[in-house]
Write a protein that binds this ligand. Structure first.
Ligand SMILES: [Zn+2]
Length: 284
């Protein structure tokens, strides 16, 4: 599943090919995603110029001035740019270039002067939505907590917000109203680097430990974004799955293996609906 770093790398990969470009046609092959693609979307988007490509949590926001196209990759979605596509010769030309849409290619934005943005989503948990006016007012975005890489996500904030809470620290980190985009992988990894056991009650963690945790949330996400940076060319004219990159983890998915720091065995437990991985020695 794409987490925040994959979505941010996707944004970096597609933005240079979309910003300042006019949308001349919208193709919906399969509207049944997590929510149906609005039937009126082609009408709303035609002629719009993409002013900028932004990200909020795991939503990509194509700001078109009068409104915003909201894209979510769900469990298995990916976006790519096909530059060599000639919109005048849609079917035959695309087929010759090896760019005829596959059965999971549900949505295209065709750009003036050739080229298109294509959404592939085999499991169809993604989303394509339109918000007229301010994107932040969309119900999916309006109640979200701060961005983890912004300065308002800091130790003092986490300390204050956790005082009244009995929830464990891992649940707090993964709560989108507390902070967005810290998915299961990065919550596990940040807690390891901060030396905090995932079962610790959030309300019992002091300010110095929150300092360490916040620093590590930011650094694991930044490192993952940097790791994806080398794959940016994969977004253009590719047939692969751009935005999905391999990383090495310290605890995530390493049940039964030796801790890279102390050599003890990494444990796995269930917390809520998710697996937590931790070192019983390094994390207290
Ligand atoms: Zn250890």
């Amino acid at each position: 599943m794409p987490e925040l770093p994959e979505v941010e790398v996707t944004r970096l990969g597609i933005a240079p090919y979309l910003e300042g470009r006019r949308i001349i046609q919208v193709v919906i092959r399969q509207p049944k995603l997590r929510w149906p693609i609005p039937a009126e979307l082609p009408h709303q988007l035609q002629g719009q110029v993409v002013a900028s490509v932004n990200r909020r949590a795991k939503y990509l926001l194509l700001d078109c001035g009068t409104g915003t196209l909201i894209l979510h990759l769900g469990m298995s979605g990916s976006l790519r740019i096909l530059r060599t596509f000639n919109s005048q010769l849609i079917d035959t030309d695309a087929m010759e270039l090896g760019h005829s849409p596959g059965k999971h290619d549900h949505f295209d934005l065709i750009l003036e002067g050739g080229g298109l943005l294509r959404l592939r989503d085999p499991r169809r948990f993604g989303a394509v939505l339109w918000q007229q006016g301010c994107a932040e007012q969309h119900p999916l975005l309006s109640r979200l907590g701060p961005e983890p890489l912004n300065s308002d996500f800091c130790a003092a904030y986490l300390y204050k917000i956790s005082r009244r809470r009995k929830a464990n620290i891992k649940a707090l980190l993964m709560n989108n109203q507390v902070v967005v985009g810290v998915g299961n992988i990065y919550a596990n990894e940040a807690l390891f680097h901060a030396g905090i056991n995932p079962c610790t009650a959030a309300g019992r963690i002091g300010l110095p430990r929150y300092e360490k945790l916040v620093q590590n949330v930011k650094s694991v996400l930044r490192k993952a974004i940097d790791a994806g940076g080398s794959s940016l060319r994969d977004f253009v004219d590719s047939n692969g799955n751009p935005g999905y990159f391999q990383q090495q983890y310290w605890v995530y998915g390493r049940t039964g293996l030796d801790c890279r720091q102390c050599g003890k065995v990494i444990r796995q437990i269930r917390q809520g609906q998710r697996s937590s991985f931790y070192c019983p020695v390094c994390q207290r």
